[in-house]
Each structure stands twice: as C-alpha cells, then as structure tokens.
Design a protein around this ligand. Structure first.
Ligand SMILES: Cc1cc2nc3c(=O)[nH]c(=O)nc-3n(C[C@H](O)[C@H](O)[C@H](O)COP(=O)(O)OP(=O)(O)OC[C@H]3O[C@@H](n4cnc5c(N)ncnc54)[C@H](O)[C@@H]3O)c2cc1C
Length: 371
C-alpha cells in the first residue's frame, strides 16, 4: 500500500471497524483503519460480551442467527475461539403474568418462522439455575446463545487484520471527508489519504461522520454500565435477564459475576468522558440479588461505563450512505452489537465489492433516520 493511499478507509477501531477491515483484507483489498484513541477503547472494550439471539427485535433475528453460527466457527475466522461459551441465555419470569408475556413472545417468534426461543417451566429453570430465587416461575431460553471474552475477541480480530496486511493507525482522528475524483479524501489530524471507499464504524460518533458527508440523522447515545464481583465458585452456566428488571447476569470463566443489562451512567460525547452512576449501579445490584439471593455478600470489585451509539428504533445502521456514493455505514448498535460482529463486516464487504448483500438489511437503512 502506498503511503496516503488505500482502496478503503475504515473510521473506528471498535470490533465493527475491525470486522469490516478483516472481511476486506480476506478478499484481497487494501485497507487502512483509523482509530482516534486505541483499538477497543470504546463500546467494544467496555462490553459485557453477551452473544444473544434471545429477545431480539424481529428485524434483527435472522442476522443474529447467522452471526451466532459464526461464533461457533470463530476459530476458523480469526484463529481463536474468542472465549465463546455457549451456556444459553434465559429471560426469567418472576410471575405468571410475565410467563404469559414470554409465551406470547415465543408464539410470535415461531409465527415468524424462527425456532431458537423455547419456553421452559419452573423445573427446567431450576435444573439450569439451582440457586435462582423461588419467586421465579420459568423462562424463555435460547440454548445456543452464550457469551465471549471481549478482550480476547478484540485481540484476535486485530491480529487477523494485521496478519493479512491491513493497516491500523491508532491515535489518529478523521476530521473531514471530501469528495474527489474516484473517491474520497480522508482528512485526518496526521495527514490526508485518498481512498475509493469509506466505512463509518465510528460507534457513538457515527452521526458525526454522517454529517461529514452531509447526511444529518436523528441519533443519540447511551452510557451503559457493567460491574464485576470478586471470584466465586462456578455456579452459573447461562446468561440471565428478566422481563421487568434492567439486568444481564453471568459468570465469567474466571469465576467473577458480570452484571449489566441496561443500567445507565453518564456520558459527554464531545469530551468523550463517561461516569458511573452509583444509584443506578445499586439498582442493578438489587436486581441481581433478587434473582440470586445467595450472592448477597459477594463484593463488587469494579464498575465502568461505555459509550455506545443509539438510534431512535434501537436498530443499527448497516449499509450504503443515502447521499454519498462510496461511503458505507455500520454503527448505532444501541447496546447489542457485540453478537453481530462476525457477520456485519462480511455484509459491508459485500456491499462494497458486489453492490449488495445477500442478507436483507432493509430495516437498517440510514434513510429511515434522515433528519
Ligand atoms: C457496557 C456495555 C455492555 C454491552 N453489552 C453487550 C452485550 O452483552 N452483548 C452485545 O451484543 N452487545 C453489548 N454491548 C454493545 C456492543 O459492545 C457494541 O454494540 C459494540 O461493541 C459496538 O462496536 P463498534 O465497533 O460499533 O463501536 P466502538 O467499539 O465504540 O468503536 C467505535 C470507535 O470509533 C472511534 N472513532 C469515532 N470517531 C472517530 C473519528 N472521527 N476518527 C477516528 N476514530 C473514531 C472511537 O474512538 C471508537 O473506538 C455493550 C455495550 C456496552 C457499552
């Protein structure tokens, strides 16, 4: 690759930027990826790393099932299984009214032709989670779901990109995109690059990159929190969420309990700063304890907040720009983009190289968000 020239520039060194870069270098393309701070600094490094097809928006189910198959083949894709463990994900009902809501969801999903969500009764729930509160009456399970190790995943994708000739530039901000003959000039704080295609994988800053090409969209951000406890004996295989509480609860392979699932901290997008909200954190801890009373005395050792882009309909933006030829988007995963990582890079690479993806990505078109 000549200095200052590449076929494709990727903006953003989170997992989605890395996955796009990987899919392109695997197809023989030259790629340069710009990351403002360091690889995995933002949502991808803060994630709880749940690999979840359960309870997805119907528009995302087909993609999430395709992505899940790739999690089982991760070793072939990036030379590491990324710590993926398939213990299942369960949405727990704490009342019979909630059980009815789960049954209605299972029926709707089946009517759409999907069979990955299965209703389980109290007995099966207790077999899978012997320590669960007696108030829990059943659940909805996706048995092939699970969770992975986010930092192993980041490291594996990075190695795979660089191992196949992709260029990663950390500490470089993309400041502007200017159209020029045959493509785009990528203006960075460390010089300009001439490229044919640009991929916007800028996470919470995806809306800013849209504005660089004149595409104003309705777009926000969220500041999801996670906390981790001291190590305890291995006792929890699946990942647990509930119908009515903001909770995602799992045990890591090191034995720590990892709790998140919608509890929000504070963030300032311009400064790029985030802060833990300890009141919200205590609500998350109370929710975990309500599900598993036995963890009452387990110590919390760490908590953090990660910045993530959020769209009004909580669906990501995936596909070509509505107004800038040669620009492609993959951002706005609204708190559930980790699971989709092994698939979406492939989709963007196909859009770039063949003009379309074989998957239906109509629901993720940026045009729906144009202001
Ligand atoms: C606390 C938390 C828990 C989560 N838990 C789960 C979960 O259990 N399961 C799940 O599926 N998902 C989960 N998610 C969501 C998931 O982690 C994200 O959807 C995913 O990591 C998004 O990856 P990304 O590459 O789009 O964004 P990021 O990882 O945020 O990457 C975007 C990058 O772009 C860079 N950038 C922005 N603008 C520029 C610019 N102008 N120039 C150069 N670089 C730029 C940023 O510095 C950043 O590093 C969670 C998220 C958080 C925060």
């Amino acid at each position: 690759m000549k200095a200052g020239q590449a076929t494709t520039a990727v903006i953003g060194g989170g997992l989605h930027g890395l996955a796009c870069a990987l899919a392109l270098v695997q197809r023989g393309q030259d790629v340069v990826l710009f990351e403002r701070s360091w690889i995995g600094r933002r949502a991808s490094g803060a994630t709880a790393a749940g690999v979840r097809t359960l309870w997805r928006d119907p528009a995302e189910i087909a993609l999430s099932l395709e992505a899940l198959d790739r999690w089982y083949r991760m070793d072939a894709l990036v030379g590491d299984d990324c710590g993926f463990r398939a213990g299942g994900q369960i949405k727990v009902a704490e009342s019979y009214a909630e059980m009815e809501a789960l049954a209605a969801r299972a029926a709707r999903t089946r009517d759409l032709g999907f069979h990955h969500e299965e209703l389980i009764d109290t007995r099966e729930l207790r077999r899978l989670a012997p320590m669960i509160s007696e108030n829990c009456v059943g659940g909805l399970i996706a048995r092939r779901d699970g969770a992975a190790d986010p930092h192993r995943t980041i490291a594996a994708f990075r190695r795979a990109v660089e191992g196949q000739g992709g260029v990663i530039r950390e500490g470089i901000s993309v400041m502007a995109l200017e159209p020029e003959a045959g493509g785009w000039r990528v203006v960075t704080d460390a010089g300009n690059w001439a490229v044919r295609h640009v991929i916007n994988a800028a996470g919470a800053w995806g809306g800013q990159v849209c504005r660089m090409v004149g595409e104003a969209i309705r777009f926000g951000y969220k500041a999801s929190m996670v906390f981790v406890t001291e190590r305890v004996q291995q006792a929890f295989g699946p990942v647990f969420s509930t119908v009515s509480r903001p909770l995602s609860f799992k045990q890591s392979s090191q034995g720590t309990l990892v709790v998140g699932g919608g509890i929000q901290g504070w963030a300032d997008l311009e400064k790029g700063s985030t802060q833990v909200d300890f009141r919200a954190l205590s609500r998350g801890a109370a929710a975990a304890q309500a599900l598993f009373p036995a963890i009452r005395n387990v110590q919390i050792v760490r908590a953090w907040t990660g910045l993530e882009g959020k769209t009004p309909d909580l669906l990501p933006v995936i596909g070509p720009s509505a107004c800038a030829p040669g620009v492609f988007h993959t951002f706005g995963f609204s708190g559930h983009g980790f699971e989709l990582v092994p698939l979406v890079g492939e989709i963007i690479a196909d859009c770039i190289m063949h003009g379309r993806s074989r998957y239906d990505i109509g629901a993720f078109d940026v045009a729906r968000l144009l202001a």
